[in-house]
Design a protein around this ligand. Structure first.
Ligand SMILES: C[S@@+](CC[C@H](N)C(=O)[O-])C[C@H]1O[C@@H](n2cnc3c(N)ncnc32)[C@H](O)[C@@H]1O
Length: 210
């Protein structure tokens, strides 16, 4: 099931500031060389994340799931002076592409990629986060949520990607769908937080602590 019908998605993309040449090249290489290029956030969600960083003034960003670097580079574009992004991924071949494009961007000094399981990286990182973007392996979503919730800064936000999972959360049959649906249900009644489920792309949930 498409969350947003294709013509509306195309209209939204056409009425969103186009990607930079570098991001367009990154998206093209990802489509040509990666087995699951649809994992890349793309124009609408990339700009959404960029504006989220800009609007909140986030200085310290944690990304769980780098892939080829599209969302990290999108968010880096809006960081204030001194801001930085820690991003993690478990696949060396994803990190290689991401690092190559990060090195070609003006933001190489703002983005650090950590190769390894995200939960280990989160445990090693110090301090609090102004924005956490959760976009990695779905069975671990609840673990990521619990690991980062206590680490949010006073006005910090978590953005969780794919929370509608092509509509499969309505009747979750497989492990990934069930993991996402269970987290959605838990967040909806979690008295520690205020949350909104957005229908951007494949579903994005924004969460803040009370
Ligand atoms: C949906 S993609 C991320 C997309 C990326 N945010 C973008 O916009 O292009 C998910 C990524 O999570 C990574 N991943 C899977 N399991 C992981 C784990 N345990 N720790 C860290 N990264 C993991 C995958 O290798 C994959 O690159």
């Amino acid at each position: 099931m498409d969350i947003v019908p294709d013509p509306i998605e195309a209209y939204a993309a056409a009425h969103t500031t186009p990607p930079t040449e570098l991001l367009a090249a990154l998206a093209e290489e990802t489509r040509a060389t990666m087995s699951a290029p649809q994992m890349l956030t793309g124009t609408v969600e990339g700009r959404f994340l960029e504006l989220l960083v800009f609007g909140t003034g986030a200085r310290r960003v944690l990304e769980i799931g780098t892939f080829t670097g599209y969302s990290a580079l999108s968010m880096a574009a809006a960081l204030p002076e001194g801001g930085r992004i820690d991003t993690c991924d478990i696949e060396a071949k994803h990190v290689e592409v991401a690092q190559r494009y990060i090195d070609r961007s003006p933001y190489a000094d703002r983005i650090t990629i950590h190769l390894g399981p995200a939960l280990e990286t989160i445990a090693k990182l110090e301090g609090t986060f102004d924005l956490v973007f959760i976009d990695a392996d779905k069975p671990n979503y609840a673990n990521y949520y619990e690991a980062v919730l206590p680490r949010l800064s006073a006005r910090g936000l978590i953005a969780i990607d794919n929370t509608l999972w092509s509509g499969r959360v309505l009747d979750p049959q497989d492990e990934h769908s069930q993991a996402i649906a269970a987290l959605n249900d838990a967040i909806a009644v979690d008295e520690r937080v205020v949350a909104v489920q957005l229908t951007v792309r494949d579903g994005v949930t924004l969460v803040r602590r009370r």
